[in-house]
Design a protein around this ligand. Structure first.
Ligand code: ACO
Length: 153
């Protein structure tokens, strides 16, 4: 029988940068928001299988800056569970709105976030092509624009 996954707060020094970079390939960008984020780790038994970074803009607005599940553990519901955890955690900390952003080419992620209850509220045109040093291509689509999704919690 598989052990149930658990989620716990860890320090930024304990964060798995390699896993965070699966969600955001720019290491400098990851390190820039890691410092000011709450870092959560998902574990199954003694294995670290997922991570979640929650960032506070102010008392009312939080953002999921990074969410990733280790490749071998994907498509088993862990991503949805991390999103549900983030919603509960942000609510518990007093936030009224939770934000998450991704690229126009991240079709699976856009599906998952909307399935979890987020609504697309804004597109920042050419966000990725202007800021990231190398082109990002996913699902045969160039990642150009940032898609912002939000949820009132
Ligand atoms: N492509 C296609 N479908 C996907 C994808 C994807 N990349 N991710 C999730 N889905 C679908 C699944 O098929 C599943 O559909 P179903 O419920 O209809 O069966 C549903 O979304 C739920 O998936 P989970 O199993 O809960 O999600 P998973 O554990 O696979 O984690 C995650 C999703 C975190 C996006 C994982 O694919 C991952 O780590 N990807 C690489 C890193 C990444 O892209 N992170 C997000 C970047 S944006 C940000 O960090 C703010």
């Amino acid at each position: 029988m598989q052990a149930a996954a658990s989620i716990r707060l860890i320090t930024k020094e304990e964060a798995d940068i390699g896993l965070l970079m699966e969600a955001d390939p720019d290491e400098a960008m990851v390190r820039s928001y890691l410092d000011d984020s709450l870092v959560f780790e998902m574990r199954e038994g003694c294995r670290s299988i997922g991570c979640l970074l929650l960032f506070s803009y102010d008392k009312t607005l939080m953002e999921i800056k990074n969410i990733a599940v280790a490749e071998a553990y994907r498509n088993k519901g862990h991503g949805l569970r991390l999103l549900q955890f983030a919603i509960e955690e942000a609510r518990r900390r007093g936030a009224q709105k939770l934000k998450i952003a991704t690229g126009n080419s991240s079709t699976g992620q856009l599906y998952l976030y909307q399935k979890a209850g987020f609504k697309i509220t804004r597109i920042v045109e050419d966000y990725f092509t202007n800021r990231y040093p190398a082109p990002i291509v996913e699902n045969g689509i160039l990642c150009r624009h940032q898609v912002i999704l939000e949820m009132l919690i």
